[in-house]
Design a protein around this ligand. Structure first.
Ligand code: NAD
Ligand code: TYD
Length: 364
């Protein structure tokens, strides 16, 4: 078979992922290699959120290559494009935690804006040198968030792809900027880009600074379960495997230049999410003293600029690309709790050292 298989519409060559050692990226790499026999190169800086353990089962897999480095390192990224000749790049790399962006916004500007710009520019120079099918079929897929749209009132319609951008945190503002840069590289230079804006993901390998793994970890450790403000903020939760299947589908069939909103069709208040987790844990791992995990709930000071509600209108990806989430919140959250109960060594490894400093600073 030639490197470029026209019957598939794209080559069985190589894809480059960035941030593949983080939560969504590592799920994506596992799912991809389980389904598609194609080389993956993962460029990751291994910040506090990146964890090589997430992909250690691929150490001996000849299809997987890890490169330690920064998406903002122009020389490194240019060399990677020249060496591996990827047919697509999927950009997961980012600073991703809203609360950290409130304490230290600069890292978010650096990676999410400057880093994405440099990655785009390297991709453009590489793409300009391609020709024929390789040029036509190349894609730059940028992974983004629904938080760029801002906050919804309880009765407002869910976010469509044409909703105005109104980011409220340094995190969402930096992601919004990156989305605009991606769009501009298509409109100005013709680079074939795709953008996905997904809702809140949950599932295996999520760092326990985010709500769901933090609550599971604190509950089992006998610590308080911190709820910001009144706990009535609403998020649309998507199981990470469903976001990965949506990203694969967008890469396969999305129209260059388009954006696609990805949602789990599961709106829940934070208090509901925490209560569901407590109920599952009461069954799966009852407390020795017979009390319910709910008794550990504690209302704490609200997040500054806290968005009240996010909700995704996923009609475009469902209608145009025939994608749907497989997991309901009930099935996805059961799987997630089971994974964390089974992976207490992973949790112990990621919650040592710098994690404790973060928790002390954030929840002091
Ligand atoms: P994460 O924080 O778990 O992982 C980010 C990864 O990027 C880490 O492995 C980190 O080491 C790496 N990274 C950070 N800076 C880098 C740099 N300069 N160069 C190379 N690698 C770098 O994040 P996640 O939750 O997996 O999110 C992945 C992407 O999806 C992000 O772009 C995020 O904005 C977006 N997103 C996340 C969610 C969610 O609920 N987690 C929802 C919507 C969109
Ligand atoms: P998070 O997982 O940080 O995701 P995001 O801010 O990107 O939506 O938080 C999800 C929701 O849970 C958000 O409304 C903030 C809230 N939250 C708490 O109430 N307590 C916590 O300790 C954390 C981390 C989040």
């Amino acid at each position: 078979m030639s490197a470029w298989d026209t019957s598939l519409g794209w080559s069985l060559m190589t894809i480059l992922v960035t941030g593949g050692s983080g939560f969504i990226g590592s799920n994506f790499v596992h799912d991809w290699l389980a389904q598609i026999d194609e080389q993956i190169v993962n460029l990751d800086l291994l910040t506090y959120a990146g964890n090589q353990e997430n992909l250690s089962s691929l150490d001996e897999d000849p299809r997987y290559t890890f490169i330690h480095g920064d998406i903002g390192d122009i020389e490194l990224v240019s060399n990677l494009f020249a060496l591996h000749q990827p047919r697509a790049i999927i950009n997961f790399a980012a600073e991703s935690h809203v609360d950290r962006s409130i304490h230290t916004p600069e890292a978010f500007v650096q990676t999410n804006i400057v880093g994405t710009y440099r990655l785009l520019d390297c991709a453009l120079r590489y793409w300009n040198e391609l020709s024929g099918d390789e040029k036509t079929n190349f894609r730059f897929l940028h992974v983004s968030t629904d938080e760029v749209y801002g906050s919804l009132d309880p009765n407002e319609a869910a976010f469509t792809e044409t909703h105005r951008y109104e980011p409220n945190s340094p995190y969402s503002a930096s992601k919004a900027s990156s989305d605009h840069l991606v769009r501009s590289y298509h409109r100005t230079y013709g680079l074939p880009v795709l953008t996905t804006n997904s809702s809140n993901n949950y599932g295996p390998y999520q760092f326990p600074e985010k709500l769901i793994p933090l609550i599971i970890h604190n509950a089992l450790a006998g610590k308080t379960l911190p709820i910001y403000g009144d706990g009535q903020q609403i998020r649309d939760w998507i199981y990470v495997g469903d976001n990965c299947s949506a990203i694969r589908r967008v890469l396969e069939a999305g129209r260059a230049g388009e954006t696609y909103n990805i949602g789990g069709l599961n709106e829940k208040t934070n208090l509901d999410v925490v209560t569901i987790l407590c109920d599952i844990l009461d069954n799966a791992q009852p407390k020795a003293d017979g009390t319910a995990y709910k008794s550990q709930i504690s209302y704490v000071q609200d997040r500054a600029g806290h968005d009240r509600r996010y909700a995704i209108d996923a009609k475009k990806i469902i209608g145009d690309l025939n994608w749907r989430p497989v997991e309901s919140f009930d099935t996805g959250i059961q799987k997630t709790v089971a994974w964390y109960l089974d992976q207490q060594d992973w949790v112990a490894n990621v919650t040592s050292g710098a994690y404790r400093e973060w928790v002390e600073k954030q929840y002091a």
